[in-house]
Design a protein around this ligand. Structure first.
Ligand code: SAM
Length: 199
């Protein structure tokens, strides 16, 4: 990766997480309306949903649990989960994202495994199930993601925590997910953190 990286700090109650991020994306904060679409690669943006999910995980007893993150981007939730003791696997379809996740894990002195996973071709990941918990932040920004994620989540774990800033596709996803999952939502600023448990 030839891009210039800058160092960010994310303050969590249990301590800060240090995050290297491409400079061009660090200059694009996710602070506006939900329809905002940055010109930078999506994986490289520090989305507020990822930060909200990391806050939600902070202080939760995860030691020894197998946790997988989908569409991880910068993988802030995986960093928080690994620091809380989880056996964390961060996945994304983008290889550049995963290279930076590995680097950020080392910078925070946590262990995170990474794997390239596309929700449309998940068989290899499903072969590694069951996990205890699925994490995903801001992965429902396109309607085309609803069906693959509805199909994939129950094949991975009995519980999933999804953070979303109110995207229309997330509404459609949650409406259909209620048929199989009990859903409890906590609100953090503009982000809803939806906890899904298989019925
Ligand atoms: C809006 S970004 C969110 C990144 C990160 N979860 C966060 O909150 O900062 C969406 C992420 O989903 C990934 N993604 C999009 N479509 C995907 C797919 N079909 N399979 C796997 N990852 C995908 C993108 O590469 C990107 O990293």
């Amino acid at each position: 990766m030839a891009e210039e990286l800058v160092s960010q700090s994310i303050g969590l109650p249990s301590g800060e997480l240090r995050l290297l991020q491409p400079r061009e994306s660090a200059e694009l904060p996710d602070a506006g309306g939900v329809e905002w679409a940055p010109i930078a690669p999506y994986w490289s943006v520090l989305w507020r949903s990822g930060v909200a999910l990391a806050h939600e995980l902070d202080g939760v007893a995860l030691r020894g649990l197998r946790v997988v993150e989908l569409g991880c981007g910068l993988a802030v939730p995986s960093l928080a989960a690994a620091r809380a003791g989880a056996d964390a696997l961060a996945t994304d379809s983008c290889a550049d994202a995963l290279a930076l996740v590995a680097r950020n894990a080392r910078a925070n002195e946590v262990r995170i495994e990474t794997a390239p996973v596309d929700w449309d071709e998940p068989d290899e990941l499903v072969g590694r199930a069951p996990f205890d918990l699925v994490l995903a932040a801001d992965v429902l920004y396109e309607g085309a993601s609803v069906a693959p994620l509805l199909s994939l989540l129950p094949r991975l774990a009995p519980e999933a925590w999804l953070a979303d800033p109110g995207r229309p596709a997330a509404g459609a996803f949650l409406e259909q997910a209620r048929r199989r999952w009990a859903i409890e939502t906590r609100v953090r600023g503009v982000v809803g953190v939806h906890r899904l448990r298989l019925r």
